[in-house]
Design a protein around this ligand. Structure first.
Ligand SMILES: [Zn+2]
Length: 242
């Protein structure tokens, strides 16, 4: 929370005392500096019908749809989506895209999504279908292909950084999917967490930065609820603490 030294608020008052520059000037009557909450209301964003609740789904990102030909199974049986697994591809877009569409006859793999280093998002497999991205995990009923969404990210392990644009794009996608499927932060995993004996990816992933961007995507700008009643300090406090 930023410091509010310039604006001392008495929650029991319906008036905003103005302090700081000019406030002590005898030429300006104290009365003239006082603004009622009703006066302020017109400046506040109004909630529109259909607006999302704070903390709900982020914006759907634009995706390049390129359906996989194979390397996935239709449907998820009776399973529901319970998590998201992040990967690093250890490759480049040029070779990763054909592989992740099931084009490698020796290693049939796929992912639902793929995020390039410059932040473009591909979708290869429908979310309701089972992409073959995680392989054997420590608990397939929680982390396996049939219950997770897989996001591959273009990254050569141990040799490249993670560009901000890419991390932001993945986070935007994850906040959208978390909202859509009601998933918490503790349901977003690295492949290395769910298959620790076999996998290290996503290698060197900047999780704190990623989590910050996800949170931003999940929290739209607050808006004053549509109501005929006069706003209260509780309504306004969310704007004053930004
Ligand atoms: Zn992986």
């Amino acid at each position: 929370m930023p410091d509010n030294d310039m604006l001392q608020i008495d929650p029991s008052s319906n008036l905003i005392p103005v302090t700081g520059q000019g406030a002590g000037d005898a030429a300006i009557p104290q009365q003239a500096l006082q603004i009622s909450l009703q006066d302020l209301r017109q400046f506040l964003p109004q909630k529109q019908q259909g607006d999302q609740q704070a903390g709900s789904a982020g914006q759907m990102p634009s995706v390049i749809s390129m359906p996989a030909k194979q390397g996935f199974s239709k449907g998820r049986g009776r399973n529901q989506i319970q998590g998201i697994v992040l990967h690093s591809s250890d490759g480049t877009e040029k070779s990763d895209v054909p592989t992740l569409r099931g084009g490698d006859s020796e290693h049939r793999v796929s992912s639902h999504f793929y995020v390039t280093r410059d932040g473009r998002v591909y979708q290869f497999v429908n979310e309701n279908d089972t992409a073959w991205h995680a392989g054997q995990t420590v608990d397939n009923s929680r982390y396996g292909n049939s219950v997770t969404l897989g996001i591959e990210q273009e990254h050569i392990d141990g040799k490249q950084d993670w560009p901000e644009t890419q991390v932001k794009a993945t986070a935007g996608l994850v906040s959208y999917l978390r909202g859509k499927y009601g998933l918490g932060q503790n349901q977003v995993y690295g492949h290395s967490q769910v298959a620790p004996e076999r996998k290290q990816d996503p290698v060197d992933y900047p999780w704190p930065t990623f989590n910050q961007y996800v949170d931003q995507g999940l929290t739209p700008r607050p808006q004053l609820a549509a109501s005929d009643r006069d706003p209260t300090w509780q309504d306004l406090s969310q704007f004053l603490t930004r």
